[in-house]
Design a protein around this ligand. Structure first.
Ligand SMILES: [Zn+2]
Length: 124
C-alpha cells in the first residue's frame, strides 16, 4: 500500500496510477502462472505467497479504480457552464453504461449529457 502522501493528486496522475496498478495485477498473475499460487520469492524472508501478493494488488487496483471514478464524476467540467458533472451509471439488461450529466440550475445548455458507451456483458 502506497503512502497517501505519494499518491498523485492531478487528474492525469490518477489515471496513470490506475494503469500502473493494472500492470502490477498482471505481473502477479504472470508469477502465479509461472510459479504457482502458493509459492513465494526465494529471497522473501517474510515468505509472502503469490496469492497474498495478488490479493494486495487487487486491493490497490480497486482503490485506484475508485479514485478515477471519483475523478470522472467531477471532471471533465460541463462544456455549457463549467460546473462539475455527475456520473450516472446504469446497469442495463445487456451490459453496463452511463452518462455524464450537468445538474446545475444555472446551466445554459441544461443537462448536457455525455454518453458513456455501454459495455456488453460477457457471456459466461
Ligand atoms: Zn452545465
Amino acid at each position: 500500500m502506497t503512502d497517501p502522501a505519494y499518491l498523485p493528486k492531478d487528474p492525469l496522475g490518477k489515471i496513470v496510477r490506475l494503469g500502473e496498478e493494472c500492470a502490477e495485477v498482471q505481473k502477479e498473475i504472470a508469477k502465479i502462472q509461472r510459479f504457482g499460487l502458493f509459492s513465494y520469492h526465494p529471497r522473501d524472508l517474510d515468505k509472502v505467497s503469490n496469492c497474498a501478493r495478488l490479493i494486495r494488488e487487487i486491493h490497490d487496483l480497486e482503490f485506484a479504480i475508485e479514485r478515477v471514478k471519483d475523478l470522472l464524476a467531477s471532471w471533465p467540467k460541463c462544456p455549457g457552464c463549467n460546473s462539475p458533472m455527475d456520473y450516472v451509471s446504469s446497469l442495463l439488461t445487456g451490459g453496463i453504461g452511463g452518462s455524464l450529466v450537468c445538474t446545475s440550475d444555472d446551466c445554459p445548455s441544461a443537462s448536457v449529457v455525455i454518453e458513456v458507451p455501454m459495455v456488453p456483458k460477457e457471456e459466461s
